[in-house]
Design a protein around this ligand. Sequence first.
Ligand SMILES: Nc1nc2c(ncn2[C@@H]2O[C@H](COP(=O)(O)OP(=O)(O)O)[C@@H](O)[C@H]2O)c(=O)[nH]1
Ligand SMILES: [Mg+2]
Ligand SMILES: [Zn+2]
Length: 294
Amino acid sequence: MAQLTGTIVKGIAGFYYVLAGEGETRKVYECKARGIFRKDGVTPLAGDRVRMTVYEDGSGSVDEILPRVNVFDRPPVANVETMILVAASREPEPNFPLLDRFCVMAEQKNCRIAVCVNKADIGDPAVLQRFRNVYGDIYPVFIISTKTGEGVEDLRRFLKGSQAALAGPSGVGKSSIANLLLEAEAMETGEISRKTLRGKNTTRHTELFDAGEFRLFDTPGFTSFELGEVEEDQLQHYFPEFAPYLGKCRFDNCRHLDEPDCAVAKAAADKAISRRRYASYKDMMKTLQEQEKY
Ligand SMILES: Nc1nc2c(ncn2[C@@H]2O[C@H](COP(=O)(O)OP(=O)(O)O)[C@@H](O)[C@H]2O)c(=O)[nH]1
Ligand SMILES: [Mg+2]
Ligand SMILES: [Zn+2]
């Protein structure tokens, strides 16, 4: 019997699969789900860090779920340390307001955030520059192409040591990016074969893939986001570039819409912050206030 700390990579039909160990001994253990978690009202999720016991026969059990960085309902995953927000330079056309909603979602969950603009190979340079202009001072921006491989190494370096997920609308290239990141790692380490991992199970469920240097959720979720769960007075904190101006408005409870002497509105008027982002903020705030009426 041995005690290990590991990470749940998936849960299927009463079993949890836990990745644990280092180097040569790194492997996935099949663990029977036990009743103790139901009692605590906590469901183990893909991404959970757990303490587990390995028995003589190689089977295991999950004993304890370690504290989470964050947890998502849809898709049901835990500990998304890094959220890569993916957009395309074209096909589909960039949707900045939508990207800003994804930013808010990820900020709310305390993820480390990066903006990844895919399809650089077909992108208008002016559009790529626009992404840099709007987001470059706020988040790391990776301009990449899964077709040419441009920028992918930088993204991989950024992911090192982290547990990450890709979010963004359908068609921007999330699956292509995941395949590229995981296949290259597999070739480098010779440890995992993406094909065999894939081949075992054709149904789509949430799974965490080990790329050696980092772990990546492969999930069809993270394609939309409901504002409903955001608190009105918290929204301002999910725009990191507002921080220098908060507390400097005339009113303490300023919502930064049309109030007089609003420091955030002034920063946008002065172009000290992006007007595009400020417009997104106002749209989201109005949506939240509308929701509250009903
Ligand atoms: N031109 C170009 N097309 C890409 C690139 N990456 C992905 N695609 C294409 O975009 C489409 C959607 O990609 P997919 O990975 O399924 O996007 P997802 O819906 O976000 O998972 C596919 O037809 C891909 O071949 C890229 O870097 N450049
Ligand atoms: Mg996909
Ligand atoms: Zn204000």
